[in-house]
Design a protein around this ligand. Structure first.
Ligand code: COA
Length: 244
C-alpha cells in the first residue's frame, strides 16, 4: 500500500484487525486473533480481505503493515559504505537512540518530540485514517546512524504538506549522509505529490538553518520567544521547502 493512500475498510472486522496490526507495527497472527473480538471465521475473512487489498502482509505467521516506501540504496563516501532504506519495526531501538543522541543538546526540539512519540506509541511506522509516519534510516554495518522522517497528516486540507525531520549522529557528520537522507525524503515527497514540506528549528541552531538553506529550504516565518532553551527564550524559525 502507498503511504499516502488513506486506508478504507469495507467491514468493521477488517478495520479492527488492521488497527491492531497498525498499532503494533508487527504482530503474530495468533496474537491478533486472540486480541480482537471476532469469531475465527470472521477473523479469517477480515484478514483475507486486508491481505488482498495489500494493506498488511503475512510473513510466515507474522502480520506487518504493508507500506511501500521504496528501495534499499548503498552509498560510499571516503571509504565509508552506508545504506539508506525505509525503516522497519526492528529499527525501533536504534532509531530512538539516534534521535535522542542527535537531540541531546536540547536544541532540536521537534526531533525530541518525535522520539517521545515513538516511545509512547511503541511503533516506528504509523498509517491510519488520522496520521501516517514514514521513516528512512541510514545504517552502517546494520546500525542506525541517521534518519529522515516525514509526518503526514491525513486531513484533506493538509494532504499536500508534510513535516520533515532529519538528523545524523555527530561522529558520522560531514560525509554527505545528511544530504542523502534529505534527498531521499524530498524524492519520496515529490513522487507522492506533496507540494510543501516544513520543519521548525530554534533560531540558535545556525548549522541546521544553513544546512536547510543549502538544500533549498527558506524561512517562512518566525515565532518570537517560542522555545525556552537553558532558561532563555529563543525564537522558532519556521522553514519550508516548496516543490515547483
Ligand atoms: C544537519 C545534519 C543532518 C547534517 O548531516 P551531515 O551528515 O553532516 O550532512 P552532510 O554531510 O550531507 O552535509 C554537511 C556538510 O558536510 C560537508 N560534506 C558534504 N558531503 C561531504 C563529503 N562527501 N565529504 C566531506 N564533507 C562533506 C559539506 O560541507 C556539507 O555542507 P553543505 O550542506 O554546504 O554541502 C546534522 O548536522 C545533524 O543531524 N544536525 C543536528 C540535527 C539538525 O539540526 N537537523 C536539521 C534540522 S532539519
Amino acid at each position: 500500500m502507498d503511504a499516502v493512500e488513506r486506508p478504507t475498510f469495507e467491514t468493521s472486522a477488517a478495520m479492527e484487525v488492521y488497527q491492531h496490526v497498525e498499532r503494533h507495527g508487527t504482530a503474530a497472527r495468533h496474537r491478533v486473533r486472540e486480541m480482537v473480538d471476532l469469531s475465527p471465521e470472521a477473523f479469517e475473512e477480515a484478514l483475507t480481505h486486508l491481505l488482498s487489498k495489500g494493506y498488511i502482509e503475512d510473513d510466515g505467521g507474522t502480520l506487518t503493515l504493508a507500506l511501500d516506501v521504496g528501495s534499499v540504496k548503498q552509498h560510499t563516501t571516503n571509504g565509508l559504505t552506508y545504506t539508506i532504506r525505509p525503516a522497519h519495526n526492528d529499527d525501533f531501538e536504534g532509531l530512538v537512540q539516534t534521535i535522542r543522541n542527535v537531540s541531546s543538546d536540547g536544541t532540536y526540539v521537534v526531533a525530541e518530540s518525535v522520539a517521545e512519540q515513538l516511545l509512547y506509541e511503541d511503533a516506528v511506522t504509523r498509517h491510519n485514517t488520522v496520521e501516517s509516519r514514514v521513516f528512512f534510516v541510514a545504517t552502517v554495518d546494520g546500525e542506525v546512524i541517521g534518519w529522515c522522517h516525514l509526518d503526514i497528516p491525513q486531513l484533506d486540507k493538509l494532504r499536500e504538506t508534510a513535516q520533515l525531520t532529519v538528523g545524523v549522529r555527530e561522529e558520522r557528520r560531514g560525509q554527505g549522509i545528511g544530504s542523502q537522507l534529505m534527498q531521499r525524503g524530498l524524492d519520496w515527497a515529490k513522487a507522492n505529490g506533496y507540494r510543501k514540506l516544513y520543519n521548525s528549528v530554534p533560531a540558535i541552531t545556525e548549522n541546521a538553518m544553513v544546512f536547510l538553506e543549502d538544500h533549498g529550504w527558506h524561512t517562512e516565518g518566525i515565532r518570537r520567544n517560542h522555545y525556552t532553551v537553558d532558561g532563555e527564550q529563543v525564537d522558532e524559525v519556521m522553514m519550508a521547502y516548496t516543490f515547483d
